[in-house]
Design a protein around this ligand. Structure first.
Ligand code: CO
Ligand code: ZN
Length: 338
């Protein structure tokens, strides 16, 4: 079940600003597991799961968008110049395919280079197979956005290889959490925010958090690992449990929120790791700075090869993230606990 949902979400088209197809999948998945479902002005999907009484408001966030490229110019031969949507390396693009929302597929070419170190997005173009400008313009317009085209490998043992594990894995975790809460009496009002435009600077989470006005915020996103050959040292590995965030470039997790996650993992025998991400942020950034401040933390899925069409994660870490969040929600996450 979780694997099927993952495959659907991982293969969906949804670069930042164009999250519609992902939102529709999620909207259908949460049907029957929510008391209220709404979409705000920026496109965030907000799913409310009420408690029996008036419990604390817990915001859980995962971002729907993925990185991509945006068409900036079409030349007389039909080649499409582009810019990046989020953190896209030119080296990663070589040899890859991207797909536009209308299904048009393109591959990448580059101008002649004397040295591969000179490779820059500005020297590259998308080749959609057009024969001239007119036929190119029939398929792609300036401003159209494309994302990686890749199938998701979810059945190769415990390891998943796919594009956009960042952050469809987090979306799948939160759908599964909502499903497991069905019929359960919990002391918290749960606001699941499937956010937009995280890859462009955590934009969706900012307005959604203001609207929800939560007592506590938790983002679910991916983090890097240090478990590959000659990797930059990082105490996170695939398969050793979800990572409880201590710090990234956007936030120092609230010490009590972090502690609560660690205590809960220990109580339930759920494996966990501690995450210090030296570069990169998450939706926790804007959430903890909302209004007068919100005690916030994050649970991260350890992922290799981030921002490539072949990211890798371990299904056990995803399943254990679900368990940890469900266990957290069994406690009243309001002022008394914090
Ligand atoms: Co990302
Ligand atoms: Zn992310």
């Amino acid at each position: 079940m979780l694997k099927e949902l993952l495959k659907k979400l991982l293969e969906a088209y949804g670069p930042a600003g164009n999250e519609g197809p992902v939102r529709e999948i999620l909207r259908k998945e949460v049907e029957g597991f929510a008391d209220e479902v709404k979409v705000d002005a920026l496109g965030n999907l907000i799913v409310v799961r009420k408690a029996a009484g008036a419990g604390p408001r817990v915001l859980l966030a995962a971002h729907m968008d993925e990185i991509g490229v945006i068409a900036t110019h079409i030349d007389e031969k039909g080649f499409v110049r582009f810019s990046n949507i989020g953190g896209v390396s030119p080296y990663v693009l070589l040899g890859q395919r991207v797909v536009f929302e209308n299904g048009t597929v393109g591959t990448f070419g580059t101008e002649k280079l004397d040295d591969i170190k000179d490779l820059k997005l500005a020297k590259m173009f998308i080749d959609i197979g057009a024969t001239d400008e007119k036929s190119a313009r029939e398929k792609v317009s300036v401003g159209d956005i494309a994302g990686f085209q890749r199938d998701a490998r979810v059945d190769g043992g415990g390891r998943i290889i796919a594009k956009s594990l960042d952050d469809r894995s987090g979306c799948a975790v939160l759908v599964q959490v909502l499903k497991e809460l069905k019929g359960r009496d919990i002391p918290n009002q749960v606001y699941v925010v499937f956010s937009v435009q995280e890859e462009l600077g955590t934009r969706g989470a900012k307005t959604a958090a203001y609207g929800v006005n939560p007592d506590i915020g938790i983002a679910v996103d991916v983090t890097g690992t240090g478990d590959t050959p000659e990797a930059h040292p990082m105490a996170v590995s695939l398969g050793k449990g979800p990572a409880i965030k201590v710090k990234d470039s956007s936030v120092i997790a609230h010490p009590r929120v972090r502690q609560l996650m660690v205590e809960t993992a220990k109580e339930k025998g759920i494996p966990y790791q501690l995450e210090v991400l030296e570069r990169g942020g998450t939706d926790t950034g804007p959430i903890h700075l909302t209004r007068e401040g919100v005690p916030s933390g994050a649970i991260s899925i350890p992922t290799r090869y981030l921002h490539t069409p072949s990211e890798m994660a371990d299904i056990d870490d995803i399943e254990n993230a679900v368990k940890l969040i469900v266990a957290l929600l069994e406690k009243p996450l309001g002022e008394k606990v914090l």
